[in-house]
Write a protein that binds this ligand. Structure first.
Ligand SMILES: *Cc1c(COP(=O)(O)O)cnc(C)c1O
Length: 374
């Protein structure tokens, strides 16, 4: 078969059709009560998400980048401090560190999981010392929906007395050893950007933790550092609240999120079963439940000709991420360990159309085109 129309890389329309009219009702409710900032849906969502993952506290905020920034601020991280981040991730992971005047130190990732390599973390900690910086935190990013190796990372982090901040922008809903993302590290951030596995209709983010004191500080920091009285600011903060309308959208989407994760896994399994003889398919450890933010192949051959022939056949693809962060203009000044794996991956990865509403017909076509192109 051939597709009747272009296959969407990620399909938001099918989800919207499914969620109506409940979604419209939720949005209408906000328009009617008019509490657009910190309306009742925000607190309702925070309770629902904390319950969903089992964290004590959920603090929503304006986006996933702010979520990381707020956590660093809550820990008082700034100039003279080093924060270890993977070189193979979205810029936000390192940006939040640099914007506060702290120094991101880049480390390499694991070739199998695409996630932060614990051995490279040890090298990065040594690098902090040689730069006379105080290591304060490590931010593993759960790339493509698969949680990082938190048990090993945590052990190293405890030895170095640094905090583990899980950047779970791509992995909310995933599990490791039966535990949910949001509880795998002492503090976890996520993003509700529309294309993330759990996305809203604009920008949004959240932080999960069990520590009462940190949660209190985060709630203050996201509203200009407010004290118990609104116009008594006790610390320098940010304006970083989640819109009530976005909270309403997320509450509606939460109702089908579990089924969507099942659907994403079925699609990933179908890709793997049909492509593994011809392509290097992604691997997920047996103790991990991924939410498949992306389904990413590692190509042996040149990427561009394959991208072109897929495009001609109506199959969109994406490259996450084409340049390691430590080699980008804004970040090349910061220290980095050897990042051979990140460099290799950035030249060889290719992400395929993925989402809970990718139809069987469309997926069959993607597979057919890939097998013919090989
Ligand atoms: C999307 C993303 C972010 C940033 O989230 P925003 O909501 O867009 O600010 C941070 N880290 C990773 C790994 C991401 O994929």
């Amino acid at each position: 078969m051939s597709p009747l129309h272009k296959i969407p890389f990620f399909d938001l329309h099918a989800q919207r059709q499914r969620l109506q009219p409940g979604l419209d009702q939720r949005i209408k409710g906000v328009l009617e009560h008019g509490a657009f900032i910190m309306g009742p849906e925000v607190a309702e969502l925070e309770l629902a998400l904390a319950a969903y993952c089992g964290a004590q506290h959920c603090i929503t905020c304006a986006n996933g980048t702010d979520a990381i920034t707020l956590v660093l601020m809550a820990h008082g991280i700034g100039p003279g401090d080093a924060v270890i981040v993977p070189a193979f991730t979205f810029a936000a992971t390192a940006e939040a560190v640099a914007i506060l005047g702290a120094t991101p130190i880049f480390c390499d990732v694991d070739a199998e999981s695409f996630n932060l390599s614990p051995t490279s973390l040890i090298e990065a900690l040594a690098l902090a010392k040689t730069h006379a910086l105080t290591p304060r935190a490590v931010i593993p990013a759960d790339l493509f929906g698969q949680p990082a190796n938190y048990p090993e990372i945590e052990e190293i982090a405890h030895g170095a007395n640094i905090v583990v901040i899980a950047d779970a922008a791509q992995s909310f809903g995933a599990t490791r050893d039966g535990r949910a993302v949001g509880t795998l590290a002492e503090i976890t951030t996520t993003s509700f950007f529309p294309a993330k596995p759990f996305g809203c209709y604009g920008d949004g983010g959240a932080i999960f933790c069990d520590d009462e004191d940190i949660a209190m500080r985060l709630r203050s920091l996201r509203v200009h550092g407010k004290g118990t009285q609104k116009y008594d600011n006790v610390r320098v903060g940010m304006n970083s609240r989640l819109d009530t309308l976005q909270a309403a959208v997320l509450l509606s989407k939460l109702e089908v999120f579990g089924e969507e994760i099942v659907a994403r896994n079925a699609i990933a399994e179908c890709y793997t079963a049909t492509l593994k003889a011809n392509y290097q398919v992604p691997t997920v450890a047996a103790n991990v439940g991924s939410v498949w933010a992306q389904y990413t192949l590692i190509l042996d051959g040149p990427r561009e000709p394959l991208v072109e022939s897929l495009k001609k056949a109506g199959v969109p693809t994406a490259v996450y991420y084409p340049i390691p962060l430590s080699r980008q203009s804004a970040y090349a000044q910061f220290p980095s360990t050897v990042i051979d794996v990140s460099a290799y991956l950035s030249e060889h990865v290719l992400s395929l159309p993925m989402g809970p509403y990718l139809s069987q017909g469309h997926q069959d076509w993607v597979i057919e085109v890939l097998l013919q192109a090989e």
